[in-house]
Ligand binder design. Structure first.
Ligand SMILES: [Zn+2]
Ligand SMILES: [Zn+2]
Length: 143
């Protein structure tokens, strides 16, 4: 998650004015009482994706029980680039992961290292058709 935060910050700093406005607007859309921080309740009520407690805690880097702008930036960035999820356990694939080569042509099929290693998935292609892929968040930005 530290890695995502770093990339998100860099992305924001390099973004054009309109993109920065969008990120600020996103923050304000979560901050319903306008106090400059997002508490867990606001987050649960207003976030459209990644709405689980664990994820809120992951975003909350300094364990303040609220999210400041920098912490929300990581969330904004992940929504923007649509970080892939493991098909078996649904966790976000922020580190290396496995990808089915036979599926890649049409729709991608990704697995986290744990699920792949344990073989805890059902897929029509055999596991020797998978390749591991490193995270490359920066080249997956949708323009
Ligand atoms: Zn998994
Ligand atoms: Zn496949």
């Amino acid at each position: 998650m530290d890695e995502v935060r770093k990339v998100a910050r860099a992305y924001y700093n390099g973004a054009a004015g309109t993109e920065k406005n969008l990120a600020q607007k996103f923050f304000r859309s979560l901050d319903t009482n306008d106090d400059g921080k997002i508490c867990q309740r606001e987050y649960m009520m207003n976030s459209s994706s990644f709405t689980d407690n664990d994820f809120f805690e992951e975003l909350d880097a300094n364990c303040s029980a609220t999210l400041d702008f920098d912490e929300v930036l990581a969330l904004y960035y992940m929504e923007k680039v649509s970080v892939p999820r493991c098909r078996a356990c649904k966790s976000l694939l922020l580190d290396s992961y496995f990808s089915c080569l036979q599926c890649q042509a049409n729709v991608s099929y990704y697995l986290c290292c744990d699920c792949y290693g344990r073989g805890s998935f059902k897929h029509r292609h055999p596991s020797n058709k998978f390749v591991d892929r490193g995270p490359c968040l920066s080249c997956s930005i949708k323009s």
